[in-house]
Design a protein around this ligand. Structure first.
Ligand code: AP5
Length: 215
């Protein structure tokens, strides 16, 4: 099986997590999501989690040095040696430079392209499982049984704190200011693959795989 060092880029709600989970399964590589790692730290109430919570709940980026440290530790674990898929990192120019300083060269940067209007619709309807983290959408991808997780059976799906309208607006403006410039950065390195993220999830997955396998 071909292995990859991949990164998902795109605005909040573009479907990065949805696609990263599928690609991780397909290529048998770990899914490294900074959002998931920070939410786990927040749930456990660690010092890191408490610090991160202030930023996350307001829809702001957690300081670079905090996130860079977490990713450095995670990528030095054995299972990431043969490849990985980064979801939510890097998100700023200093984070991208730190990744290069770690000696990591990405095979591809998958840029999931969706409009701001679509982002607002997706995040406004997102619900997730507090137990296993599975992600649904009230309208586009509802669970089979109302309010119950298909994957683990947990009842009581939840809305993320940062999916409230004010936090969504703040995340979108942070994305345009700090993360969107990375599109040009990775394009200049020849690593960027633009993918239309507005079609159905299966179609998006196939478009990504096709693009990766064409190279
Ligand atoms: P993070 O968890 O990374 O949030 P995000 O980038 O804002 O991305 P989301 O998880 O909101 O969306 P997604 O693109 O994964 O979409 P999803 O697949 O869920 O980060 C959270 C916070 O942590 C940040 O705001 C920041 O505070 C902090 N943080 C994390 N990393 C950081 C870093 N590197 N530096 C600093 N701070 C950091 O899909 C969204 C919805 O759409 C779902 O309901 C889904 O079912 C639905 N959907 C998905 N695909 C489709 C489709 N094709 N069609 C229709 N619906 C779809």
């Amino acid at each position: 099986m071909t292995t990859y060092r991949l990164m998902m880029l795109g605005p909040p709600g573009a479907g990065k997590g949805t696609q990263a989970k599928r690609l991780a399964e397909r290529f048998e590589i770990p899914h490294v999501s900074t959002g998931d790692m920070l939410r786990q730290a927040r749930r456990k109430g660690t010092e890191l989690g408490k610090k991160a919570a202030e930023y996350m709940n307001a829809g702001k980026l957690v300081p670079d040095e905090v996130v860079i440290g977490i990713v450095r530790d995670r990528l030095s674990e054995d299972d990431a040696e043969g490849g990985f898929i980064l979801d939510g990192f890097p998100r700023t120019r200093p984070q991208a430079e730190a990744l290069t300083e770690m000696g990591i060269e990405l095979d591809a940067v998958v840029n999931v392209v969706v409009s701001d209007d679509e982002v607002v619709k997706r995040l406004g309807g997102r619900i997730s499982c507090p137990n296993c983290g599975a992600v649904y959408h009230k309208e586009y991808n509802p669970p089979a049984e109302d309010d119950k997780c298909d994957a683990c059976g947990q009842e009581g799906l939840i809305t993320r704190d940062d999916d409230k309208p004010e936090a969504i607006r703040s995340r979108l403006s942070g994305y345009h200011e700090k993360t969107a410039p990375l599109i040009e950065y990775y394009e200049a390195q020849g690593a960027l693959k633009n993918i239309d993220g507005e079609s159905a999830p299966d179609e998006v997955t196939e478009a990504i795989v096709e693009e990766l396998e064409a190279n």
